[in-house]
Write a protein that binds this ligand. Sequence first.
Ligand code: SAM
Ligand code: SF4
Ligand code: SF4
Length: 334
Amino acid sequence: MENNRELQDSFGREHTYLRISITEHCNLRCAYCMPEEGIALTPKPHLMTANEIIHIAKTFVELGVTKIRLTGGEPLVRKDAKDIILQLGNLGVDLTLTTNGILVPNFIETFKIAGIKTINISIDSLVKEKFNKITRRNYFETVFENIDLLLTEGFRVKLNVVLMKDFNEDEIIDFIELTKHKNIQVRFIEFMPFTGNQWDKSKLVSYAEILGTIQSEYAFSEIERLTDALNDTAKNFKIKAHLGSFAIISSVTNPFCTTCNRIRLTADGKLKNCLFSNSETSLLETLRAGESILPLIHKNLLSKKAVRGGMDDDLKFQNPDLFSQNRSMITIGG
Ligand code: SAM
Ligand code: SF4
Ligand code: SF4
């Protein structure tokens, strides 16, 4: 095993969680994730092959990574997604993925063989018209059926809900009511700024507002604050009488960077040490040149900023000149 310090940054944070985007393609067009006009897709020869993904993932596991999440774009639209999932399943890590859920029925056996236990599904509205509007496609029933399928098949399911003013902030309680009889975790995510997603602060539903809405519906004694796992990005809660739970992810109003253990690999093989960093290191070019990627990994991690890629205060974070230097979310993967 290589020296674990390879995965430590200059603030002493150990990076044990690798998020790999395996594609930039998607079968939805969520308004908060990608620009309406679409994105310029990277030519296929510049994207990682399945073998390259596995090679880089193995390198990270040897350095100390214990958890890998597949994302995209939509990870399940990639033609060789099954092969990638099965091979990563052999690495002995906690393997998981974030998906829009549309293609889930084709993958149930693959998930089981690969040892995947928990799956995050993105769903931003319980109202068909609203869901179809925000995703610019028509898959509402499919996603709902597939959430139930995953539960029936014994997977733990987390629902990712990006909250936005004048869109779905009125559905917070409806989502929590879903946890009454379903053992799911609903994760409310603050809407974050990325290039081309028309973010502005007036659309943000903050942690404080989300909690305020919940506290106006349920009595103080009904709401339980759960213990958050180490490195958890979410603040976890539960309505005591409900089967499931809910959580709030507050990257905008309350960043959780001091315990960050995450590092990202984009579909074109670039290492991104923070969701908001605009400097990236191409591992793929070096790998293809037959050279070691270890020095690059080390150097990239040491350049990681303390907070949100250097956008450490509200003014910087809300400055379009700064956040538009980053990629669109669809090419980062969340
Ligand atoms: N296609 C998959 C999906 O939608 O689950 C995986 C990729 S998607 C980029 C990963 C996560 O990022 C999703 O849960 C999505 O809701 C979230 N996301 C995308 N844009 C966001 C934004 N502007 N603010 C907060 N979360 C965002
Ligand atoms: Fe596709 Fe996921 Fe982005 Fe929606 S959030 S456009 S499903 S990548
Ligand atoms: Fe980590 Fe960057 Fe997210 Fe902060 S903003 S938790 S440093 S990835």
